[in-house]
Design a binder for this molecule. Structure first.
Ligand SMILES: *Cc1c(COP(=O)(O)O)cnc(C)c1O
Length: 222
């Protein structure tokens, strides 16, 4: 059993839920799926491919979103396996995704990731202007890249004030994106520790790992 049902109850339909299954085995994914979870989130391309069956062999309706930083040389491998890329963070990456989609003759839904906390170690577009130039670039030159919205990871730690500031900034950026992009319907923010705050700022999608699957067993550092 996972805690998907209780999380789902608490979220109460206010946002969709990405069940973040990184570092947990496929058996846990199947348990959550049997409890009603449909969308799963993975950070790494290789782990996603090792864990999940290919798209056409998955249980009915099961989707996998890539939520971790994507290197350009892994774009093809990512596109073969995932249903959405939520962590698009640069124009060179956008160009690579467009090129591979063209070669594969597919379209892909994406979110543009915003570094709303300004923390160095975080990925995502660094400024609103850079993210909006990514939007413009996609609209003008990348017909196979479908913008579904904006994603952010809140600041480290549990400073509620900082969380609110980051979510507020991201929400107003999302509003700007939405004005320019009819396909944008997703503001992805909020994780196990801060999703209730994120909902106050209009999040439409929360990405929840620990609260559903428990603590992750990270491999021991040598
Ligand atoms: C791991 C991860 C999550 C889930 O974090 P929890 O705190 O375990 O809920 C959400 N989003 C991203 C991008 C992550 O890497």
């Amino acid at each position: 059993m996972t805690d998907y049902k209780s999380v789902n109850e608490k979220v109460g339909g206010r946002a969709s839920i990405v069940a973040v299954s990184k570092f947990h085995p496929y058996e846990a994914v199947v348990e959550a799926y049997n409890e009603g979870a449909m969308i799963f989130g993975e950070n790494r391309v290789q782990e996603m491919r090792d864990k999940f069956p290919p798209k056409n062999e998955r249980p009915e309706g099961m989707k996998v979103y890539l939520i971790g930083q994507l290197q350009r040389n892994k774009v093809r491998k990512a596109l073969e396996w995932c249903d959405r890329i939520e962590s698009v963070d640069s124009i060179p990456l956008i160009d690579k995704i467009e090129k591979e989609c063209e070669a594969m003759d597919i379209f892909i839904d994406i979110l543009l990731e915003f570094n709303s906390s300004g923390e160095e170690q975080k990925s995502g577009f660094r400024t609103e202007a850079e993210l909006l130039s990514g939007v413009k670039h996609i609209l003008e030159d990348c017909p196979r890249v479908i913008i579904r919205g904006v994603m952010t990871v809140g600041p480290l730690g549990h400073d509620d004030e900082k969380n609110r500031e980051a979510f507020q900034k991201t929400a107003s950026l999302y509003e700007q994106v939405r004005k320019a992009v009819p396909s944008a319907d997703t503001l992805s923010m909020g994780m196990s520790g801060d999703w209730e705050t994120a909902l106050l700022y209009g999040s439409t999608e929360v990405r929840i790992g620990t609260a559903i699957f428990g603590e992750r067993d990270y491999p021991a550092k040598p």
